[in-house]
Design a protein around this ligand. Structure first.
Ligand SMILES: Cc1cc2nc3c(=O)[nH]c(=O)nc-3n(C[C@H](O)[C@H](O)[C@H](O)COP(=O)(O)OP(=O)(O)OC[C@H]3O[C@@H](n4cnc5c(N)ncnc54)[C@H](O)[C@@H]3O)c2cc1C
Length: 492
C-alpha cells in the first residue's frame, strides 16, 4: 500500500522558518515531505552578517540578549561560532561599549556625574515599569507618558538646564532602537512587565550570526529549500478535496512563471510588516502576500494592532587619527534650528564597533531611520558631517554602509512591539493555527518573532516560535511521543 507523507511547506527561511524545518527534519526525517520557500536570494532573513572596511559587521540581529538559557547561544557555542574561524575583527568583540563621552550640541562635554545620575534615574524608572510596579491608568498607559511624568521629578531636582532633558533623551532614543517604536507614546506600558530577558552576559557572535542560520539549514536535504520563491497567495480551507487543503502560489523559485505547491500544512514565518501589507486593500497585488479566503477577523485585528517599527544600522568608515570616542549625543530641544538634518536629531550615539575600530556605528529608529533609508550615500555622509561639526568632533566619514529594512519588501520594517491598544494577548492570537478548532485545523500555522508573547522582537523569540510550530505538527502526528502514526495525510 502506498501511504502519503504529510506535506509541510514553510514560508520564509529566517530564524523561525529554519528552526521549524530543522526540528521537523531531525525528529521526523523522511516521514514528512518538507519544502521551505524563501523569496530572497539568501538565507537568514533579518540575520545578515557581512564585512565592511575590514571588520565583520551585522546588518540585522547583533546581540545574544543574555546567554543564560538562550537557545541561540547554545547553538553558537555547540558549533564553535563564539570564536572566530578567521582573524577578522568583529562588532563588539570587546563587549558592551562603556565610558561614553556625552557631548551637548554646541560642543560642551556634559559632566560624567550628571550623565550617570540621569541615566540611573532613567533606568530606575524603566526597571519599575518592567517589574510591573507602575500602576497603568488611562492617562498613564504608554512608556512615553510614564517617562514624561517620571521626568518631572528630574526637572525639579535639576538645574533647569536643557542638557538634563537632552541627556534623558539619549536614553529615550536608545529605547526607541531597542523597541523599534518611533514614538514611545505608542509603546504599551503594561506590556513592559511581560517582556522577558535572559540573564548573563550580552554578547555578539564572533564568527557571525549567520553561522547559526547555516547550521540550521545544513540539516535539511538538498533541494528542500527553494530560494527566490516568492509566495504570492496561500489558498486554504479548500473543500474540493483531491490534491490537499492548502495551495501555495509561488512566483519564481527557479521555475518559469507561477507555480502551485500543494500542502497539508503551511507554517507562515514572514514578518509582521509583510502580514500587515497583505491586509492593505490598496496594496499592489503583485507585491504582497495574500490569503484566500482572507484571514479571520481575530487574526487580522491582532496583526493590525501590534506595532512593527523600523530600526537601521548606519556603519561609517572614518578617517584615521585618534580613536573615535563612544560619543553620546545630547541634542538641543525640539524646535532648535541648526544644520543637523532632522533624521540625525534622535540618534543616541555614534560609537566604534569595538575599541580602536575606524568603523563607527549609529542606530537609527522610526521616522528618522525611514528617512535615512531614502537618501543617497553622499547625503548621509553630509548629514553626519554636519552633526559631528555641531558637536565639535573633528572627524570625517569616508564611506557608509547601512541597512534598509523598511524599504525591503521582504521585511517592511525591523521588529515588532506591543503598541498602545494591543497587548500580549495579540501575540498569542498571532500564534494561533487556522482554521480555529474543528476537524480541519492546522492548515495554517504561524511562527516568527511577532508570534512570541514574551520574547518577541528577538532571534531567540523567532527560534522558540519555529520550534513551537514544528512541535505542534509533530504532536499532531504523534512523532514527539515516539508513536509515528504519521503514515496517512488524512489529518485535515
Ligand atoms: C537592525 C536589526 C537589529 C536587530 N538586533 C537584534 C539583536 O541584537 N538581537 C536579537 O535577538 N534580535 C535582533 N533583531 C531581531 C531579529 O533579527 C529578528 O527578530 C529575527 O531575525 C526574526 O526572524 P524571523 O524568522 O521571525 O523573521 P525573518 O528573519 O524576517 O524571516 C522571514 C523570511 O520570510 C521571507 N519572506 C518574506 N516574504 C516572503 C514571501 N512572500 N514568500 C517567501 N518568503 C518570504 C523573508 O525574506 C525572510 O527571509 C534585529 C533586527 C534588526 C532588523
Amino acid at each position: 500500500m502506498v501511504t502519503k507523507r504529510p506535506r509541510i511547506v514553510i514560508v520564509g527561511a529566517g530564524m523561525a522558518g529554519l528552526t521549524a524545518a530543522h526540528r521537523l527534519r531531525t525528529v521526523a526525517g523522511d516521514l514528512i515531505d518538507l519544502t521551505v520557500l524563501e523569496a530572497g536570494d539568501r538565507l537568514g532573513g533579518r540575520i545578515l552578517s557581512s564585512c565592511f572596511a575590514g571588520d565583520r559587521i551585522e546588518m540585522g540581529a547583533t546581540w545574544i540578549h543574555g546567554i543564560d538559557g538562550s537557545p541561540v547561544h547554545a547553538i553558537a557555542a555547540d558549533i564553535g561560532a563564539l570564536s572566530a574561524a578567521d582573524s577578522v575583527p568583529y562588532e563588539r568583540m570587546d563587549g558592551f561599549p562603556v565610558d561614553p563621552v556625552t557631548v551637548a550640541e554646541g560642543g560642551g562635554v556634559v559632566e560624567p556625574s550628571v550623565v550617570d545620575s540621569v541615566s540611573l534615574f532613567y533606568k530606575s524608572l524603566m526597571d519599575s515599569a518592567r517589574e510591573g510596579k507602575v500602576p497603568v491608568t488611562a492617562d498613564n498607559n504608554s512608556v512615553g507618558s510614564f517617562l514624561r511624568s517620571g521626568k518631572g521629578a528630574l526637572a525639579a531636582d535639576g538645574s533647569g538646564d536643557w542638557t538634563l532633558d537632552a541627556v534623558f533623551a539619549v536614553s529615550e532614543n536608545t529605547e526607541r532602537t531597542y523597541t523599534s517604536a518611533d514614538d514611545l507614546d505608542d509603546l504599551d506600558l503594561a506590556a513592559e512587565s511581560e517582556y522577558k530577558e535572559f540573564g548573563g552576559d550580552q554578547i555578539t557572535i564572533a564568527d557571525g550570526y549567520s553561522r547559526v542560520i547555516e547550521h540550521l539549514a545544513s540539516a535539511l536535504p538538498e533541494g528542500s529549500i527553494r530560494m527566490n520563491a516568492k509566495v504570492r497567495e496561500i489558498e486554504w480551507c479548500r473543500v474540493d478535496g483531491g490534491e490537499g487543503p492548502v495551495r501555495v502560489h509561488v512566483d519564481g523559485g527557479g521555475r518559469e512563471g507561477e507555480e502551485v505547491v500543494v500542502a497539508d500544512h503551511v507554517i507562515v514565518t514572514v514578518s509582521l510588516g509583510v502580514l500587515k501589507a497583505g491586509l492593505r486593500k490598496d496594496a499592489d497585488a503583485g507585491s504582497v502576500m495574500r490569503f484566500s479566503p482572507g484571514l479571520p477577523g481575530f487574526k487580522r485585528e491582532a496583526i493590525g494592532r501590534l506595532g512593527f517599527g523600523v530600526v537601521d544600522k548606519l556603519f561609517m568608515e572614518t578617517d584615521g587619527g585618534e580613536e573615535f570616542p563612544h560619543l553620546q549625543l545630547a541634542f538641543r530641544p525640539e524646535g532648535h534650528v541648526g544644520k543637523i538634518p532632522r533624521w540625525m536629531r534622535r540618534t543616541a550615539s555614534i560609537c566604534p564597533i569595538y575599541g580602536g575600530s575606524r568603523v563607527v556605528l549609529a542606530w537609527l529608529a522610526g521616522e528618522e531611520a525611514a528617512e535615512m533609508e531614502e537618501l543617497e550615500d553622499g547625503d548621509v555622509i553630509g548629514g553626519v558631517h554636519a552633526t559631528l561639526e555641531a558637536f565639535r568632533v573633528g572627524r570625517r566619514v569616508l564611506r557608509v554602509r547601512r541597512s534598509g529594512w523598511r524599504r525591503n519588501p521582504l521585511f517592511l520594517g525591523s521588529y515588532s512591539y506591543v503598541a498602545l491598544g494591543s497587548s500580549g494577548e495579540d501575540l498569542d492570537l498571532m500564534a494561533e493555527p487556522l482554521p480555529r478548532g474543528g476537524e480541519t485545523t492546522m492548515q495554517l500555522l504561524f511562527a516568527g518573532e511577532a508570534t512570541h508573547r514574551t520574547h518577541y522582537s528577538t532571534t531567540h523569540g523567532a527560534y522558540f516560535s519555529g520550534k513551537r510550530e514544528a512541535n505542534r505538527l509533530l504532536q499532531y502526528y504523534r512523532c514527539c511521543s515516539g508513536n509515528n502514526n504519521n503514515t496517512s495525510n488524512g489529518c485535515c
